[in-house]
Ligand binder design. Structure first.
Ligand code: CA
Length: 225
């Protein structure tokens, strides 16, 4: 059973989400401000965080920034306005997904399910595999380049794993959205491009002239070693 941490200051929204997610079989933890949300997110007891942007004490972006310093727990940001969504795309927030208010409980449940399933698909396996300068250790969920650990979000790790299983094979943005994000309808393909740009900054010596994570114009992306 998965535990969802809801960080949201509007009690009526928390109650509505809690009620519906409990009915779906999830355990629920609740926090009504950013400080408490951060504390619970790092407690190791939650499997996924549903994080509102507008929060007392510390806003959602600040909470996420702090979470990402030590944790790759999946985070779905809840935004109220277009500008907040733009901020998620524009900044390196490290969010795994986002949902815009007002949202249907059904859509939210689908998002949560997709993100939880993605994590479950990454069951630890022992040993490590080497791909050129990269080394993948599934048991530690870590990827190193030239022996140096890359600081990746859960989604970035999933993306690289997906590419590692398909060396030099071009993968379309739609396929990445469907297979890595885990759904193909709600997603915005811009999220793929943003993720790729961020990944290049982590993988490449010179992100402007990538040697590993390549673009095939009009077709998608591929990873070469
Ligand atoms: Ca709020």
């Amino acid at each position: 059973m998965s535990t969802i941490l809801i960080v949201e200051d509007e009690k009526s929204i928390v109650d509505l989400i809690s009620f519906n997610l409990r009915r779906e079989g999830y355990e629920i933890m609740e926090a009504y401000d950013g400080g408490k949300g951060l504390e619970l997110a790092l407690s190791g007891k939650a499997d996924l965080v549903l994080l509102d942007v507008m929060l007392p004490v510390m806003d959602g972006f600040e909470v996420l920034r702090n979470i990402r310093q030590t944790s790759s727990i999946p985070v779905i940001m809840v935004t109220a306005r277009e500008e907040e969504t733009d901020k998620i795309f524009g900044l390196e927030t490290g969010a795994d997904d986002y949902i815009t208010k007002p949202f249907s409980v059904k859509e939210l449940a689908a998002r949560i399910k997709a993100n939880i399933r993605r994590i479950a698909a990454q069951k630890p396996q022992s040993g490590g595999d080497t791909y050129g300068p990269f080394r993948l250790d599934r048991s530690l969920q870590s990827i190193t380049k030239d022996g140096r650990a890359l600081e990746l979000t859960q989604r970035e790790y999933d993306i690289i794993c997906y590419f590692l299983a398909r060396p030099s094979q071009v993968v379309s943005r739609e396929e990445l959205m469907e297979k890595v994000w885990g759904y193909d309808y709600y997603g915005d393909l811009r999220a793929v491009d943003v993720a790729m740009r961020r990944l290049r900054e982590k993988l490449e010596d010179n992100p402007a002239e990538p040697k590993h994570l390549m673009t095939k114009r009009g077709a998608g992306y591929y990873l070469q070693f």
